[in-house]
Design a protein around this ligand. Structure first.
Ligand code: FES
Length: 240
C-alpha cells in the first residue's frame, strides 16, 4: 500500500483506522472502541501476559495488545464467546490471590475490579485458593501487599525502564510465579524505591500503597465509581 493511503480494519463490524506500527488494541482505543485489557499500559511496550485483551483476527485468537493492526483484517472482540473467556481470566485472578475489595484502599480505582464489573463478573466462581502471601511494611513510606498482585509486570517495567532502579522482578514459573523485591534481604525497605517513582503509579490493583494516606477519596467518589472503565478508557467519539 502506498504512503498516505487510509488503512482500516473491521472491529465488530465497525471500521477502525490505524497508523502503521499500531497494534489492534492501540488503534481501537484511539478510535474510541474499548477492548477489555489489564496488563497493557500506553507508556510501556506491550508484553501480552494477562490475555484479557484476546480478540479473534480472521477467526484466530490472539492478544490485541501485541498484534499489529493490518489492513482489511476482520477482528471480533465483544462477542459472548470472547467475553466469557475474559470473565474466566478475571475470575481466575480473583481466586488465585486474596482480593477483599471492600477493605482495599484501591477499591473504585482498581482496574481488575473495574474490568470485572465491565464484563459482568459478580462472583469469583472458582474456589478461592487463599494463598499465604506476606505484606511488606519495611519501607518508611510504602506498603507492599503481595496478596493483590496479578503479575502484570508494570511495576517491574516502570522501575527498570523509567526509574532505572530495578526494584521489582518476577520470580518462578507457572503457578509459582510471584513478585519479588530486588534486595538481598528481600525487603522493600532495603531498596531505593521512592514515593515519586513511576513504579508507584502504575499498579492496576492495590499492591503498592502509600503509607499514611488511607481513603483520602471516599468510596463512591473514585474513578470507576463515577463511570465504567469502558467509558473512561476511550476518548469520546466526537473527539476522534
Ligand atoms: Fe493484552 Fe494483557 S492487555 S495481554
Amino acid at each position: 500500500m502506498s504512503d498516505g493511503a487510509r488503512r482500516t480494519f473491521a472491529l465488530d463490524g465497525l471500521e477502525v483506522p490505524f497508523e502503521p506500527g499500531q497494534t489492534i488494541l492501540q488503534a481501537a482505543l484511539a478510535a474510541g472502541h474499548y477492548v477489555p485489557h489489564l496488563c497493557f499500559h500506553p507508556e510501556f511496550r506491550p508484553h501480552g501476559s494477562c490475555r484479557v485483551c484476546t480478540v479473534k483476527v480472521n477467526g484466530r485468537t490472539t492478544a490485541s495488545c501485541t498484534t499489529p493492526a493490518r489492513d482489511d483484517d476482520v477482528v471480533e472482540s465483544r462477542t459472548e464467546e470472547l467475553d466469557e473467556l475474559r470473565r474466566n481470566l478475571i475470575q481466575f485472578l480473583f481466586t488465585e490471590g486474596n482480593h477483599f475489595c471492600p477493605s482495599c484502599e484501591q477499591s473504585g480505582n482498581c482496574t481488575l475490579q473495574a474490568v470485572g464489573y465491565e464484563l459482568g463478573v459478580t462472583t469469583g466462581h472458582y474456589n478461592p485458593l487463599f494463598p499465604n502471601r506476606p505484606v511488606d511494611a519495611s519501607h518508611p513510606d510504602v506498603l507492599l501487599d503481595f496478596n493483590r498482585c496479578i503479575l502484570c509486570e508494570l511495576c517491574v517495567h516502570a522501575s527498570a525502564e523509567v526509574d532505572k532502579k530495578h526494584v521489582f522482578a518476577l520470580s518462578g514459573r507457572g503457578i509459582t510465579k510471584h513478585l519479588v523485591v530486588n534486595a538481598e534481604s528481600g525487603r522493600l525497605g532495603d531498596t531505593p524505591l521512592a514515593v515519586y517513582d513511576k513504579a508507584m503509579s502504575v499498579c492496576p490493583v492495590g499492591v503498592i500503597q502509600r503509607k499514611g494516606r488511607g481513603f483520602a477519596v471516599p468510596i463512591g467518589a473514585r474513578t470507576y465509581d463515577r463511570a465504567s472503565i469502558s467509558a473512561i478508557a476511550v476518548p469520546r467519539r466526537e473527539e476522534v
